[in-house]
Design a protein around this ligand. Sequence first.
Ligand SMILES: [Zn+2]
Ligand SMILES: [Zn+2]
Length: 270
Amino acid sequence: MDCGEGAQGRFVKFGLGLNREMLVLITHLHGDHVNGLLGLLQTMGMSQRIRTLTIVAPKELFDWLKMTMEVLHIGLTFEVGFVPVRSGVVFRGKDFKVRATRARHSIDSWAYVFEELPRPGVFDTKKALSLGIPEGKKWSSLQHGRGVVVNGVRIRPNQVLGPPRKGRSIGYSGDTRPTRRLARFFSGVDLLVFESTYGSKDAEMAVERKHSTALEAATLAEEAGVHRLVLTHFSARYRRPDPLVREARKVFPETVAARDGLVIEIPALQ
Ligand SMILES: [Zn+2]
Ligand SMILES: [Zn+2]
């Protein structure tokens, strides 16, 4: 989600792997959100990436990338798939999808939600045995949502599976004012990463420059009923993000500040 300057260095430093299945989601075309992209692509090329890399972004990004790569004679070892961003589902993976909606910034800007697809319910082994289904292949079929026949009787997966389990979700705002549309869009996500450029004393500047304050991010998180909030994109005027986090926690206690290498685990719901 966005690719600021030096992204490829962080990839290497934190051992994220440059040939993994990967999707790049760009919110808008301000330098602090895209300046790392070219370096990341080149580093992937140098490490002999072969998997296709898909980039979802405002379509002008592709003109810029294409032209820059031509001028600099950059050849890549892998395909780059471009998906121009629009409202709705912008990408479907094997077990997840990504949705986008418009944000409100000084230029065209978008927000994303990464969503795991619902997972099948818990398999009830006692029930399976009581129905006379032998352990093995038939159990596995049912666990994967396929019906089986036992002694001439058809058994449907919902006879032995609990209710489907909700997948996990992560929302990402990019640069934006808080809006009602975003509050609806991020409704109930497990983790919301929201920009928090300013503190309350600079609230006017947030309005003027189309950014958000920590308090506004927290208020939106509360409204949207998200589980956890990560603040990011702090203005360089603040030496440390702590006062901003404190302001946010008054409204939304489950708030932390983002930093390089921060790992947050989102437990799978049972
Ligand atoms: Zn911006
Ligand atoms: Zn920015």
